[in-house]
Design a protein around this ligand. Structure first.
Ligand SMILES: CCCCCCC/C=C/C(=O)SCCNC(=O)CCNC(=O)[C@H](O)C(C)(C)COP(=O)(O)OP(=O)(O)OC[C@H]1O[C@@H](n2cnc3c(N)ncnc32)[C@H](O)[C@@H]1OP(=O)(O)O
Length: 690
């Protein structure tokens, strides 16, 4: 909706009303059309100001409406009509003017903004383009180069930058509506032709000018055609879904019924981090950047000395990157666990070894004051086992950060069967304060992200046994959109991480027979043998690829690997076959997706959006494919089921390829859209179908 009011004197004020960001829904567009008409017809009105309620001008087109048929007045003629008004119209911009919001402001004759406002054309991040005149008006206002930068990056800019670029006429620290009213009163009666951006030539070099003049005649038409194409594309749907899934995960709920809106979070001001390896250092920086004071504990003197040099430098770099002032003196270093006795929350980030973590938790529960939250940065160990050795198991949760912890956006908050709603709420809120996308996940081996990674890695290894090379597998995955294929990624993370986990699980190591079936299922010893050859990835300069030396970054094909694979196949009587990229993608991705369905079925994630957010923000899943569960819906659940059945038939000794019950149930009821799965799963659970 839009509210019309007449201010004392001759100014009409139109206020957009659509909480929370005054997006341009059908009702808002109708409201604007009606109120602009009213202002036009009122002879006493000499000028108009458009603003948004609750300190937000406008967050753009209403993305929620994109999924259905477009109703109400279209945006483009509405903005054209505002531009054509013969009384000066000013946009009073507070909070945000994004996408269609900025395009609306560009249709106004003047733009006045508060100094804290953010402006931008982020359509590209939703798979769209500024299709409400933005691609035509902005270049005419600020020139092609600057406009292209904003349109193609989708970045949000400050009011100060917008003023400098010429988008704004005035920036104020005071009440922006008052300033805009004063402004339009001042300019009332002045000619408006030069303020109608769509009629202006584009400021660019003379030779380009004539060319563009011709092109611009067709510009609006072209913009509409391109937008229609984009609007109906799978990538736009996926990007819009990713936008919402990022927000859905904040509204977490647990199987117990505890949720974001019925669980109070504590505000943390003093925390401790135990263990100052790579992860611990990143966590200290992430906490310090929010202004939380941190006791950083490392019992090994050498590591402590290194960390106390490295962490302040990391903090300064990261603060600079985010244009923040470095928080002064918030970190204190210690080698004594006793020094955490006064903090409100501890994050343990010691080596991934259960006996070591248990030892730390036993110690923490005796030194911390009662009520302290104890969190573990484990990537997959049992939270409940850690909780069991403490005096308050309800105050124990997992906080699984991703390396580098001060940069990566994802945080898995792991609740055990005894974790209290307060502990989960506090960890989720703390994640949010650190700028993370926090996702609440259940306590199972590997939680959500790493649990799904296991079948993905497993298939990649099997593909090598059957004839593929690491490059072929990586290229197929990179072509799909992953920034790095599975073998390049493993080399980067270090091959010894998985090796150690497999040893702990009794799958490899001294005394384990070197067969291709272990613990009753197909097993590939290939990655173990690569580690046994001293090839641990980038850090040793050799892994699935070769590098220029230890720590080298550029992966090159390594003849050693090819000879090794041939010898391995010969030893096991395997005949290499040629494997198409389609099979590589199906085997790796569908196995991972199938595990996602198992996770939903086991209630370890509340909905498909949770899994998708985890994969987009933590595992490099291409955002334009929405996430693994969204992708499954795009491919077609029937197709995924059929291909899993096919591959499981060919590899009956690979349980991860056996289609999950949930997938079968969804196909049986006609493959409903991903947005409805959460409700479907809850109903199925009530009726004991899962
Ligand atoms: C009729 C045909 C139309 C064709 C026109 C094509 C041209 C125009 C295209 C567009 O305008 S596309 C939209 C462009 N705008 C954006 O991309 C902005 C997206 N929003 C944001 O970046 C942020 O939300 C924000 C505005 C900077 C606010 O951030 P903040 O952190 O303060 O809050 P959030 O948690 O992100 O959002 C709060 C709440 O608001 C919902 N929301 C935000 N923007 C929109 C929107 N444009 N449409 C619908 N809903 C929006 C968001 O989902 C949150 O909702 P809840 O989770 O609280 O329900």
């Amino acid at each position: 909706m839009a509210m019309y009011s007449r201010l004392p004197g001759s100014v009409a004020l139109i206020t957009l009303q659509n909480p929370p960001v005054n997006a341009l829904s059908a009702a808002v567009r109708q409201g604007i059309v009606d109120t602009v008409q009213r202002a036009l017809k009122d002879p006493k009105v000499t000028s108009v100001v458009i603003c948004g309620q609750n300190g937000k001008f406008c967050g753009g087109a209403d993305i929620r409406e994109f999924a259905g048929p477009m109703l109400g007045p279209p945006l483009v003629p509405m903005i054209h009509a505002i531009e054509a008004v013969d009384k000066p119209v000013a946009a009073a911009i507070e909070g945000v003017a994004l996408g269609g919001g900025l395009e609306l402001a560009l249709g106004c004759h003047y733009r006045i903004a508060h100094s804290k406002a953010l402006l931008g054309l982020p359509e590209v991040t939703l798979g769209l383009l500024p299709g409400a005149g933005g691609s035509q008006r902005l270049p005419r206002l600020i020139g092609l180069t600057a406009a292209l930068d904003l349109i193609t990056t989708g970045r949000h800019i400050s009011a100060a930058e917008a003023l400098k670029l010429g988008i704004l006429d005035q920036v104020t620290d005071n009440n922006v509506v008052d300033q805009a009213v004063e402004f339009v009163r001042r300019v009332a009666g002045q000619p408006l032709d030069s303020r109608r951006l769509s009629t202006l030539p584009c400021p660019c070099p003379p030779d380009v000018d004539s060319l563009l003049d011709k092109a611009m005649v067709k510009g609006m038409e072209k913009e509409r055609d391109l937008l229609t194409t984009l609007f109906n594309s799978g990538q736009a749907r996926a990007l819009q879904y990713a936008f919402f899934s990022q927000r859905v995960v904040g509204k977490w709920s647990l199987p117990s019924g505890a949720s974001w809106d019925n669980s109070a979070a504590r505000t943390i001001s003093k925390a401790a981090v135990i263990g100052l390896g790579t992860m611990g250092r990143g966590i200290v920086v992430a906490l310090a950047l929010t202004g939380i004071s941190v006791v950083a504990v490392e019992t090994q003197e050498k590591q402590l000395a290194e960390a106390s040099q490295a962490v302040p430098a990391m903090l300064q770099r990261e603060a600079g990157r985010r244009s923040l002032a470095t928080p002064p003196g918030v970190i204190s270093f210690s080698s004594n666990l006793q020094d955490v006795s006064e903090v409100e929350l501890v994050i343990e980030a010691v080596f991934e070894d259960m006996s070591l973590k248990l030892q730390v938790f036993r110690h923490l529960t005796s030194v911390c004051r009662p009520g302290t939250l104890l969190c573990s940065n484990t990537s997959g160990l049992d939270i409940d086992q850690l909780a069991a050795v403490t005096q308050s198991p309800g105050l124990v949760v997992g906080m699984h950060f991703f390396a580098p912890a001060h940069v990566m956006k994802l945080l898995e908050v792991v609740y055990g069967p005894r974790s209290s709603p307060e502990a989960v709420a506090t960890a989720m809120q703390l994640g949010k304060r650190m700028g993370k996308v926090s996702v609440a996940v259940g306590n199972c081996p590997g939680f959500v992200g790493n649990r799904m990674l296991k079948p993905y890695l497993e298939q990649a290894n099997f593909l090598l046994e059957e004839g593929a090379t690491p490059q072929q597998v990586d290229e197929a995955l990179e072509e799909f959109g992953f920034p790095m294929g599975v073998f390049r990624m493993s080399d980067l993370s270090g091959l010894d991480v998985g090796w150690r986990i497999r040893k702990e699980a009794g799958l490899t190591g001294p005394g384990v027979e070197s067969t291709r079936t272990r613990q009753g299922r197909r097993y590939s010893p290939l990655p173990d043998q690569v580690c046994e050859a001293g090839r641990l990835g980038q850090k040793t300069g050799r892994g699935w690829y070769q590098y220029d030396g230890p720590g080298g970054r550029v992966a090159r094909s390594d003849p050693w690997v090819h000879i090794f694979l041939e010898a391995y196949r010969a030893e096991h009587g395997l005949v290499a076959r040629s494997i198409a990229p389609e099979e590589i993608l199906e085997r790796c991705l569908y196995a991972l997706i199938n595990e996602g369905f198992n996770i939903l079925q086991d209630a370890m994630a509340a909905g498909p959006e949770d899994i998708d957010a985890i994969y987009v923000f933590g595992y490099g899943w291409p955002r334009h494919h929405g996430g693994p569960m969204f992708h499954a819906g795009q491919v077609g659940l029937g197709r995924i089921l059929e291909r899993l059945q096919h591959h499981h038939h060919n590899h009956p000794d690979v349980p991860h390829l056996k289609p999950s019950t949930l997938l079968r149930r969804l196909v049986a009821v006609g493959s409903p859209p991903v947005q409805t799965w959460r409700e479907f799963i809850n109903k199925e659970r009530v009726h004991s179908q899962l």
